[in-house]
Design a protein around this ligand. Structure first.
Ligand code: RIB
Ligand code: CA
Length: 310
């Protein structure tokens, strides 16, 4: 009981996942107990390697990392090397990891960590939700020691992987559907808010002024900006995953609305769409607080402050 919020982050690094890990570790109000990895932006072996490298880079080899699902519950894995590069962290070369992944599976590390925490743990999945769905299937008894799920994924509006679906939900819609049906308190940081956290040239310049780690983040984002511009047409790559972490650090930066969220698993054109009942037309009870606004300036100040502390 150190006054910090205990969290476990489930990641698929990915440049923005990497920044989310750094943000969590640089924040005095969070206690990252563990990191679990999932296949997503790149295959599992690479997301795991990247998580270990990032933690080693910032001197947090004390945080255990366990590998989870190498594929979605039912679907063939869809990856995003076009955005994040072959390694998943293309751009600046960073040193190899100084420690190895935990021998436990992601679900075992989740179970052990949650079971032993003296206070409820917040889960922060920022990749496909496969690990979280599997964990909740295997250990529903541990829900009582999960305070909430704060996820990056989905969209009230359009997608980024198809016109209808955001990447994390698109990759594993069945897992996402199970998580949204879990009855746990959920905060959904979807594209509606993460697209307000674009790291354009000025932000990248500011990051360069924040010491060694800020410089590496800026280089990561230069790469991310290049691919993002190629694909999406503008060079302010959204810091999707850090928004989820920052919303725990400072809840006031995120404006949310309660609404029922269902995940489309059947649609040919709409697979992975988060169907958000913004106007309560289904009369279904809200199952998530969905982000509708972001205090962009405050978000970036929180990020700069965290990176300065690393
Ligand atoms: O759609 C953006 C999300 O997909 C982010 O989490 C990014 O890292 C990728 O996983
Ligand atoms: Ca991610």
């Amino acid at each position: 009981m150190n006054g910090k919020t205990p969290i476990i982050i489930d990641v698929d690094p990915g440049h923005d996942d990497a920044v989310a890990i750094m943000l969590a570790c640089g924040s005095p109000s969070l206690d990252p107990l563990a990191i679990t990895t999932v296949a997503g932006n790149v295959p599992l072996e690479k997301t795991t390697k990247n998580a270990l490298k990032i933690l080693s880079l910032i001197g947090r080899a004390d945080i255990p990392v366990a590998a989870g699902a190498s594929a979605p519950l039912e679907r063939v894995l869809h990856t995003a090397e076009d955005i994040h590069g072959e390694s998943g962290l293309d751009g600046p070369e960073i040193p190899d990891a100084t420690f190895a992944a935990d021998e436990r599976s992601a679900t075992k590390l989740l179970a052990d960590t949650i079971e032993s925490s003296p206070e409820p743990v917040a889960l922060v999945p920022v990749g496909p939700l496969t690990n979280i769905a599997i964990f909740l299937r295997e250990r529903p008894d541990l829900k009582e020691n999960i305070s909430r799920i704060v996820l990056m994924g989905g969209s009230i509006g359009l997608g980024n992987t198809t016109p209808a679906a955001e990447f994390n939900i698109y990759v594993d819609p069945e897992a996402a559907s199970e998580v949204f049906a879990s009855k746990l308190p959920i905060t959904m940081c979807g594209l509606d808010v993460t697209h307000k956290a674009g790291a354009g040239p000025d932000r990248r310049e500011k990051l360069r002024s924040i010491g060694e780690i800020g410089g590496i983040v800026a280089e990561f984002l230069e790469y991310f900006a290049g691919t993002y511009k190629e694909i999406h047409g503008f060079d302010a790559p959204p810091l999707h995953d850090p928004v989820a972490v920052a919303s725990i650090i400072e809840p006031s930066i995120l404006k949310t609305r309660p609404m029922h969220v269902a995940v489309e698993c059947e649609g040919e054109l709409t697979r992975g769409e988060t169907v958000c009942d913004l106007r309560r037309v289904t009369k279904k009870k809200p199952n998530a607080e969905v982000g509708v606004g972001l205090d962009r300036e405050c978000f970036f100040e929180i990020l700069y402050g965290a990176l300065e502390r690393l």
